[in-house]
Structures are given as C-alpha cells and as structure tokens.
Design a binder for this molecule. Sequence first.
Ligand SMILES: [Zn+2]
Length: 108
Amino acid sequence: MIKVFEDFDITLVGHYQSVLESNDIATFMKNQFGTSGAGELPFVEVIPQLWVLNEADAGRAIALIKELSDPESGEQAQAWVCPKCGEPQEAAFTHCWKCSSPRPGNGS
Ligand SMILES: [Zn+2]
C-alpha cells in the first residue's frame, strides 16, 4: 500500500477516496474514525490518510488528487490579488490587508 494523501479534513479525504474509487483505484482510509472522540490524542495521531492498495495505481491516484486540489478549491495556500483594490496579498491572508475585502473563492 502507498499513502497518497492525508489531511485533517476528513470530508476532503473522503471526497478524494470516492473520486479514486470511481476511477477504479482501490483505496483504504486510515484513521477514518480518529477525529471523533479523540480529544485526548495529539492531532498527528489521528490525521485521516488515504492509501492506495496497488502500487501500480499510485501514480494515477496522485495525479488525480493533484488535479482536484487546484487553487480554486481553496485547500492550498496561494498568493492572491484583491479583486476590489488590486493589492497583492500574502497566501495566509483571508482578507485584504488594505480594504478588508474577503478573499474570493475560498469556499468556506
Ligand atoms: Zn483590497
């Protein structure tokens, strides 16, 4: 088995799993239930992980995940430009430092 993805967001991991499965890639999720009732454990112990059963599928799986995790999804921190005032913004900012406009397209 090969680990192809991990994220604290169980919904995201589950989403990727269903996409891979629908592409005939056999997957296995580790720590699937780790986030419920695991208040005492450090987060690193319970981060949901997506594994591919067949090594031959790993390359395809990683390519699919890469495709899915484009900047539009808001899952990756990327520098952005304020649509209102045109100021370039640091990746970590969720609002324009100049005019306080919210970052577009972060989906949350
Ligand atoms: Zn602005």
